[in-house]
Design a protein around this ligand. Structure first.
Ligand SMILES: [Zn+2]
Ligand SMILES: [Zn+2]
Length: 230
């Protein structure tokens, strides 16, 4: 089989940030400045650390300190995803990312700066006002406002891509502690619901293996707020 990431790697090598944003939007579902920040951060890291050829086998790791829109840009461009265990999520609420190679000496940490703060550009102000209405207050936009919001969000995304790196990020080299490779565990059948469960998540009830919900235990999940108990 061909390298499944060949297209993405070509876009990185050619410096085609617009192409990368388009690809990332295929999984993200919309164009937004957050997505553009993730795309740009991963692009800068891939270039500087020479980690373009990520193989999805945890040789290259990405650490995200947030779970906002930008993470889809990180996953798409760097190839480090939740599913291939090369994406580590720290629930710190900072739009900050660290990339490193396993066995490498240092990682690169990029922290996003506030992009539109202090801007008196009327387009930025209009975009912020529509964002507050639609996202912060969850109010319905008129069809016209909705079209306008999409357009402004797209414009801002492109501004992020085209801005100088130091306007969008502060960038530093850091020592990022390596994490273990993802272990492989056996599956065990829950004696109540019959579903298969990774063995480290099996509980014993009346001397029989059960899954966490069947045991009635609390578990944790990632939601918009971060990692929470269910
Ligand atoms: Zn988004
Ligand atoms: Zn069960």
């Amino acid at each position: 089989m061909d390298n499944p990431r060949a297209n993405i790697e070509n876009l990185i090598m050619e410096g085609d940030l617009e192409g990368l944003l388009k690809g990332a939007a295929e999984i993200h579902g919309h164009y937004c400045p957050g997505l553009a920040i993730g795309v740009k951060a991963a692009y800068i890291a891939c270039k500087r650390l020479d980690i373009i050829h990520s193989d999805g086998m945890e040789k290259i790791m990405a650490v995200t300190e947030c779970n906002n829109c930008s993470v889809d840009g990180i996953q798409y461009v760097s190839g480090c995803t939740l599913g291939n265990n090369a994406l580590i999520y720290k629930d710190l609420g900072k739009t900050a990312f660290t990339f490193y190679k396993r066995g490498g000496k240092t990682g690169l940490r990029l922290v996003a700066k506030s992009f539109s703060d202090g801007s008196d550009d009327p387009l930025e102000k209009e975009a912020d006002a529509l964002f507050d209405k639609a996202v912060k207050r969850r109010e319905e936009l008129t069809p016209e406002e909705s079209r306008r919001f999409k357009k402004l969000w797209e414009i801002r995304s492109h501004r992020v891509l085209n801005a100088p790196e130091d306007k969008i990020f502060s960038i530093e080299t850091v020592d990022e502690p390596d994490v273990e490779y993802a272990p492989i565990y056996n599956s065990i059948r829950c004696s109540v619901c019959g579903e298969n469960v990774m063995e480290t998540r099996v509980r014993m009830k009346d001397e029989k293996p059960v899954c966490i919900p069947c045991a009635g235990e609390e578990y944790r999940m990632i939601v918009g707020r971060g990692i929470r108990n269910a």
